[in-house]
Design a protein around this ligand. Structure first.
Ligand code: UDP
Ligand code: GLC
Length: 408
C-alpha cells in the first residue's frame, strides 16, 4: 500500500510529492475541495460546517445530500453530490471490509468523481473516515495534497483490526496531514500505527450565541416540574451510553431526566431498547425522550447537570463544550478526550465509564450540595471560551491548508 501513495517524501510543511504548487500569477489562495460521506449533521459535520466558513470560494463534494449540503450551499460553497452515493453512509464503519463488496462499483464511481473534482482544486480535505478512504487514491492520482480530518478514536472499541490497519497505512502513505480534535485521538492514531509526524491536534471550536434563559421558563416549556433534573444530549448509539444513565436513575428516586437526540445512523434497535429499559425500571414518569432537537445549548439551561456517559473513548464531544458554555455542571465518563476538555476534573466531574453506581453517587453528591460545583462550573465556562472557540479552530485549519498547498 505504501507503494501506491508514496507520501514519505513530504516536505516540512507536509506537501505531497507531485502536488501542484503556487505558480506566478495564480491566486495566492488555494482552492479547497471539502469531501464528506454524509449529509446528516452529527458532530463531525457541524465541525466541518464551522471550519469552512472562511472558505466560501471552496468546493464541496458530498456522497449524499442533506442538512450539511444545505448548510454548505448556504455558506456559498459550490456543492456537488455524488451521482450514486445515497445510503452509503449507512455502511457501518466497523463492518468487515467484505460488507463493502456489494457496493464496490458505487464506491469506485464516487472515487472517480472525487478524482475529477480534485483536479480542479489545490487541496483535498476529507472530513471523517469514509471520505478519507475514498479520497486517498484520487487525491494522489490528481497530485493534490490531502488533509484527513479524523473525528474518530482508532481503537479496538470503535474499529476492527483490519479497518484500523487499512486506515493508518493509507494515512501514512497518502495524507499530508491528519487533523484530530484531541490528544486522545492523536494517541490512538499513533498506537494504531499512524505516524506521529503526520498529526496535528486542532481542538473543535464552537461559536455559541446563547441567550441566557431562566430555568423555570424552560422547565415550563417542557412541561416539567421543579426538582432535580439531569439531561443527556447526544445521538442515540450504544457507545454513547444513555442506558447507563437510565440504570443510574433507578437509584435516584427524585431525579428526572431528559434524553435529547435520535438514532442518526441506524441505531434504531438501541433507541427501542432504551425505551424498553425505562419501562422495565418503572421510570416512564421520570424520563422524557425529546428526540433530535436544534436547540441543544438552550435546552441545557433547563437541567441541573449535563451527563456525558459515553462507554467507549470519545474523540472529543462537542456537547461537553456546549454544556460548559451554557454554565451547567458536567458529569462525564473518563474515556477519551473528556479529561482533556474538563482539565482532569477541574472543570467537570469525571466518573468511570459503564458504572451506573458511580454515576448515581456523583449525581447524589451534586444534588446534596449544589454550591460545591459553582466554582467548577464557572471555571468550565471560562475554559470553554478560552480553549474551544470557533475562530481559533478556523485559524489553525487555515494555517494547515495553506501549508500543505505550498502557499503559507
Ligand atoms: N445535537 C443536536 N441535536 C440533538 C442532539 C445533539 O443538534 O438532538 C448536536 C449537539 O449539540 C452537538 C452534536 O450534535 O453539537 C454532537 O456532537 P458530539 O461531538 O457531542 O458527538 P457526535 O454525535 O458527533 O459523536
Ligand atoms: C465525532 C466524535 C465526537 C466529536 C465529533 C467532532 O462525531 O464522535 O466526539 O466531537 O466527531 O470532532
Amino acid at each position: 500500500m505504501t507503494g501506491a501513495c508514496p507520501a514519505d517524501g513530504l516536505s516540512e510543511h507536509g506537501i505531497a510529492p507531485g502536488a501542484r504548487l503556487a505558480e506566478p500569477g495564480r491566486s495566492a489562495r488555494p482552492r479547497v475541495l471539502f469531501v464528506s460521506h454524509t449529509g446528516t449533521m452529527s458532530g463531525a459535520e457541524l465541525v466541518l460546517r464551522d471550519a469552512v466558513r472562511p472558505w466560501t470560494d471552496a468546493r464541496a463534494f458530498l456522497f449524499e445530500d442533506g442538512a450539511l449540503g444545505e448548510a454548505l450551499r448556504g455558506l456559498g460553497l459550490e456543492t456537488r453530490v455524488a451521482r450514486r452515493g445515497a445510503g452509503l453512509s449507512g455502511l457501518r464503519r466497523d463492518a468487515s471490509p467484505m460488507r463493502a463488496l456489494p457496493v464496490l462499483k458505487r464506491l469506485a464511481a464516487i472515487a472517480v468523481e472525487i478524482f475529477g473534482a480534485a483536479r480542479d482544486c489545490d487541496v483535498v480535505y476529507a472530513n471523517s473516515q469514509k471520505a478519507f478512504l475514498l479520497s486517498a487514491l484520487p487525491a494522489r492520482l490528481a497530485g493534490r495534497p490531502l488533509i484527513w480530518h479524523l473525528h474518530d478514536i482508532l481503537d479496538g472499541a470503535h474499529f476492527g483490526r483490519v479497518q484500523r490497519a487499512v486506515q493508518v497505512r493509507l494515512a501514512n502513505a497518502c495524507a499530508a496531514r491528519v487533523v484530530v480534535p484531541s490528544r486522545a485521538a492523536a494517541d490512538a492514531f499513533v498506537r494504531a500505527g499512524g505516524r506521529p509526524s503526520r498529526i496535528t491536534v486542532v481542538p473543535n471550536g464552537l461559536d455559541l450565541d446563547l441567550d441566557p434563559r431562566p430555568q423555570t421558563a424552560l422547565r415550563a416549556e417542557l412541561g416539567l416540574p421543579a426538582g432535580p433534573l439531569v439531561g443527556v444530549f447526544s445521538r442515540l448509539a450504544p457507545w454513547k451510553g444513555q442506558d447507563v444513565v437510565i440504570d443510574a436513575l433507578a437509584a435516584l428516586p427524585d431525579v428526572r431526566c431528559i434524553v435529547v437526540g435520535a438514532a442518526l445512523f441506524g441505531e434504531d434497535a438501541y433507541a427501542a431498547d432504551l425505551r424498553a429499559r425505562v419501562a422495565a425500571r418503572g421510570l416512564a414518569h421520570r424520563v422524557l425522550f425529546l428526540g433530535q432537537r436544534a436547540d441543544v445549548p438552550r435546552l441545557m439551561q433547563a437541567v441541573d447537570a449535563v451527563v456525558h456517559p459515553s462507554v467507549d473513548p470519545e474523540p472529543f464531544g462537542r456537547t461537553l463544550v456546549e454544556a460548559m458554555l451554557a454554565g451547567v455542571p458536567v458529569i462525564a465518563t473518563d474515556a477519551g478526550a473528556s479529561a482533556e476538555i474538563l482539565d482532569d476534573g477541574a472543570a467537570g466531574i469525571l466518573v468511570p465509564p459503564r458504572r451506573p453506581d458511580r454515576l448515581a453517587a456523583a449525581l447524589a453528591d451534586l444534588f446534596a450540595d449544589p454550591d460545591a460545583v459553582v466554582a467548577r462550573t464557572r471555571l468550565a465556562r471560562a475554559r470553554a471560551l478560552s480553549h474551544y472557540g470557533a475562530a481559533a479552530m478556523q485559524r489553525d485549519l487555515a494555517t494547515l491548508i495553506l501549508q500543505v498547498s505550498g502557499r503559507p
